[in-house]
Design a protein around this ligand. Structure first.
Ligand SMILES: C[S@@+](CC[C@H](N)C(=O)[O-])C[C@H]1O[C@@H](n2cnc3c(N)ncnc32)[C@H](O)[C@@H]1O
Length: 260
C-alpha cells in the first residue's frame, strides 16, 4: 500500500520535536478555536502522542512493536520515526468503508488487514493497543494470546478500568484490579472477573494530553508470573491468621472464682 507523506512542520518559530512531526499535538492546541474533535480523530487518532510516550514505548521495545486496532496508523508512523520496527494491524484499516471512525481517512502507515489473533505470531515484540474498543472482548483476547505466545511487554494507551477503553477482563489481565468488584460489592454494572489470572502488571505510566472528556495515559506492563486468580475480596478469602497469644499456664490450682 502506498502511504502519502504527512504534512510538514510549520515554516517558522521555535518548535519542539512534537510540533515538528506530530500535527495532532498542534491541532489539539487549536481545539479552543472550534476544531471539531471527530474530524481530528478521523484524520489522526483517538489519543495525542507525545515525545515522552513514544520514547517510553521505544525504550521498552528492543524487538519492535506489534500494534493491533491501529486505525490510520498514526502512532505506528510516529514510532517508526523514532526508529522502532513496527508492524500494525486493524480489522478494517483506514480508509476501509467498514471502519466507523476511519472510513475514507488517509492512512499514515501501511496498516495491514488483520484481527487481534495475529499477536500469536509476534510474541517477541511489544504489544501496543491504542484506545482498544470499549466493552468488546478482543483486547482481552489479544492480551491472552500474546501472553501465550511468550509476550513480555504490553503498552496500553487509554483509560483506566471503567473508562472508555477495553473491558473488565482486559484490565484484569493487565493487573489493574485487585479483586472482582462486581461480586465483592454486588455491582451488576461491573463485569465479573472472578477467576481471571492477571498476566501483566503496570511498571510505568506516562501522562498524555487527552482530548476533551477523556483521561488517557500510557501504561507499560511487564509479565507477572506470580499473580493469583482474582476473587471477590482477597482480604476476606485469605485464611485467617491466628495471632499467637500468650499461653496461659496456671501454677498450682486454678483460681476458684466466687470463692474468697
Ligand atoms: C476506537 S478505534 C482506535 C483506533 C486507533 N488505535 C486510534 O487510537 O485511533 C478501535 C479500532 O480497533 C479496530 N478493531 C476492532 N476489532 C478489532 C479486532 N478484533 N482486531 C483488530 N482490530 C480491531 C477497529 O477497526 C478500530 O479501528
Amino acid at each position: 500500500m502506498s502511504v502519502p507523506s504527512p504534512p510538514g512542520p510549520p515554516a517558522s518559530g521555535p518548535r519542539s520535536s512534537e510540533e515538528a512531526g506530530n500535527p495532532l499535538w498542534l491541532a489539539r492546541a487549536r481545539l479552543g478555536d472550534g476544531e471539531p474533535v471527530d474530524q481530528l480523530i478521523a484524520t489522526y487518532a483517538f489519543v495525542v502522542p507525545t515525545d515522552e510516550a513514544l520514547r517510553a514505548i521505544a525504550a521498552a521495545s528492543p524487538r519492535g512493536v506489534v500494534e493491533v486496532g491501529a486505525g490510520t496508523g498514526y502512532w505506528a508512523h510516529l514510532l517508526r520515526e523514532q526508529g522502532v520496527d513496527v508492524v500494525a494491524y486493524d480489522i478494517a484499516p483506514a480508509p476501509s468503508p467498514r471502519n466507523q471512525w476511519f472510513a475514507g481517512s488517509t492512512p499514515w502507515f501501511p496498516v495491514r488487514d488483520g484481527d487481534h489473533t495475529v499477536v500469536g505470531d509476534h510474541g517477541a515484540r511489544t504489544l501496543l493497543l491504542v484506545w482498544p474498543t470499549r466493552n468488546e472482548d478482543w483486547p482481552g483476547e489479544a492480551v491472552t494470546l500474546f501472553a501465550a505466545a511468550g509476550g513480555t511487554t504490553v503498552a496500553h494507551v487509554g483509560e483506566r478500568p471503567g473508562g472508555h477503553t477495553g473491558d473488565g477482563r482486559f484490565h484484569a489481565l493487565l493487573g489493574e484490579v485487585d479483586r472482582c468488584w462486581a461480586c465483592a460489592y454486588q455491582t451488576p454494572s461491573v463485569p465479573c472477573v472472578c477467576g481471571v489470572r492477571p498476566r501483566f502488571r503496570r511498571v510505568r505510566t506516562v501522562e498524555l494530553p487527552s482530548l476533551p472528556g477523556r483521561d488517557d495515559d500510557l501504561g507499560l506492563y511487564a509479565r507477572d508470573p506470580d499473580a493469583q486468580p482474582l476473587r471477590p475480596n482477597p482480604r476476606r478469602l485469605r485464611p485467617r491468621q491466628r495471632r499467637p497469644g500468650p499461653r496461659l499456664r496456671w501454677r498450682g490450682a486454678p483460681p476458684a472464682h466466687g470463692r474468697e
